[in-house]
Structure formats: structure tokens, C-alpha cells
Ligand binder design. Sequence first.
Ligand SMILES: *Cc1c(COP(=O)(O)O)cnc(C)c1O
Length: 413
Amino acid sequence: MQGLQRAQLSLQWRVMAEDEIIYLDNNATTQLDPAVLEEMLPFLTTYYGNPSSGYGFAAKARKAVDLARERLAALLGCEPAEIVFTSGGTESNNAVINSALQFEPRGKHVVTSAVEHSAVLGPCQDLAKRGCDVTFLGVDQHGNLDLGELEAAIRPDTALVSIMWANNETGVLLPVEKIAEICRQKGVLFHTDAVQATGKIPMRLRDTPINFLSLSAHKFHGPKGVGALYVNRRTRFSPLIAGGGQENGRRGGTENVASIVGLGKAAEFAAKYLAEGKCGIRSIRDRFEKSVLETVSGASLNGAGAPRIPNTSSVSFEGIESPAALLLLDRHRICCSAGSACRTGSQEASHVLRAMNPSGDGARRSLRFSFGRFNTEAQIDRAIEVVPRVIEKLRQIAAPVGGNAISPVATAL
Ligand SMILES: *Cc1c(COP(=O)(O)O)cnc(C)c1O
């Protein structure tokens, strides 16, 4: 115990002295790329014209919005005209669900999954309260959907199928290309919440029968409060926000020019890194994951049996409670999360991990580490050193008192 305490102390001293945050929560949000900020600034200062105004000064802003649309279309493999800028992923999801039900007078049914982000689950639960039938498809222990079950869930009165591309908590990739094809054959609209997939995997919407796709800039090093909705050019769409004719009549309100410019620049970078395939996130993630799984006994990977995006590790640790782990990791300046950021502060365990293993307690024992291109190898070295010690410390504290580890941890430090 003495040795361990000494190790704890020296470890703490070193971490504190370096005074650097190790940000491993890139699925909650990402650092704004400095080059993105630079591209945005003139549109917060010099070029403040309204893109809808007719004079030359405003054309500067309008052209910048057009360029952002082209850059994003290049990342998605679609036409610029198929992009509607919004205030973010949440608005895009709400807009799709709203539109699909507007246009399908017979539509009284929506199919989605039990592991969606709250930005899909929330509006779907609202629909259910208003008398719409909603099917929440379950997943297996790896976080995968059963495509046969999905197909069987589609009814003649189904207005929309909405399935996320990549899960924000586990990084599990769902087979949206196959789901899109099933929906096309059944003549049902298909939406995917691609907030976590955008910029992390290649996309060619031109070749995929997806009707709607949601994305958000702050999940790929762009600014917060701006996102987009892809609406396939042959798909009818009814705006959620009525107003001026902005965004080709699909989203009212003066364009958030600087943020849209930032989204465009972030999309350009994402496309560049994807094409080069060498920004190193996967190797950083894999090195961290391999090391933690090898050094910590009773650690297991959530979603291990499924394809995953290259930046996420969701790990379940026997004998810990995730809130206590987060507290200790925070003392070591490591930012990560239990489940999704939206759940922080509430004691409710992750609905995603519960859906994957309803009888287990993995949801209360899991930590999500999500990496980004600004993470350095040195940060990963330190995380690889700190995480196993934190888990060991928690187990030592928890063992004698049997379970509630939160207060002993708080007093131990
Ligand atoms: C972050 C996130 C959202 C919400 O996007 P905002 O732009 O923050 O509204 C929606 N879906 C998923 C999967 C997310 O990770």
C-alpha cells in the first residue's frame, strides 16, 4: 500500500506539473481547428453582409456560404443543392422526423433503434405520446441490428426509418447502406443520424439510397451550433423552420455565415485526412485500447464483435463505478465520459449499453474514450499509464466498503 501511495503521489505530481489536459472525449465535442477559426473570423468582422442582400458587399458572404456547401458536398459525395444548413445535429434530426410525418398522410409509424442519440429518441418519444406508433429495434450484445427484424418491422403505414450510422457511445457502425437498400425496396423514407460517422469514414451518398442524413460541425473540429441536413434531390421535404426563403426555402432564418464557413472548412480538412488515410487516429486508438485491455484484468471492450469507427473505445471494467472513475481521471486531467456527455450529471446508466446487455451491469462500469486528430502520442502514453492505475486504485478502495466508491475516492485525494 505504501508503495502504491508513493506511486500515486509521484504520478500525480508529474501530471499536475505538466498542467496539460488530455482530452479523450472527442465524441462529445472536438477542438476547433485553428485554421477553421481563421477562415471564420473575417465573416464575424469585415464581411458582415446578409447573404440575401442584393449588393456586391453581401455577395462576399453569399459566395462563402456557397463554397462551404461545395466543400461539404465533396465530403459527402453528393450535390451542393442537396445540403441544408441547420443549427446542428439535433435540429437536423428533428427536421427530418417532422418532415416525414407531414408528407405521409397515411404514415402513423416510425422505425428507429433503441441505441439512437437522444436527438432522435427524444422526438420519437414525443411522436409516440402524440399517438404515432414507434418501433424501437433492439440490438445484440455487439450493438448490431438484425436486418431481418428491421425489414419485418416496416409496415404499409411506415413513414420513416431512422437508424444512426455510428453509435456515439460505442462507435459501433450500423449497416446503413444495406438498410437504405431495404427501405428503397419497400418504398419507405430512410434517415441516418451520421453525426459520429461524418469525417470518420468515407461516404458516397450519390451511390446510396439514403433520403436524409444529419451531421454536426463540432464533432469534426468545426464550431458548435451549426450542422447540416442532406436531403436527396428526389425526396420531398417540408421545413421545420418556416420564414424567409433561405436555404432554397428549406430552412428559414438568416444564415449563420461564419459558422457555415467553419463547417465548410472543417469538411474540407476531414475529406483531406480521409483521402490521405494517415491522420493516425486509428493507430492511437488501437494502441490505447490494446494496452488497457492487456494491462487491466477484468476489462472488456463494448462492441468488440462489430465494425467500429476508428476513434472510439468503450471499455467496461469489473469492480468499478464509472462516476468514481471519472472523478479520479479528472484529477489526473483526463477528460473522458461514461456513456454520452448528455447524460453527465444524471445517475442514469447508458441506454446503449443496457440495450446491448440488459441483464449485465456493464452500463455502470464503462468508460468511453474517444480520440481526435489533436491527440498526441505523448498524451496516449500518459493515458496508458494513468488509466490502469486509476482502475486499480478504485478497486482497492471499493473492495472493503463493497460498492459505493464515490465518497472514499473523494476523501482519498
Ligand atoms: C452530438 C450528437 C448529436 C447532436 O448534435 P448537436 O449538433 O450537438 O445538436 C446527434 N447525434 C449524435 C449521434 C451525436 O453524437
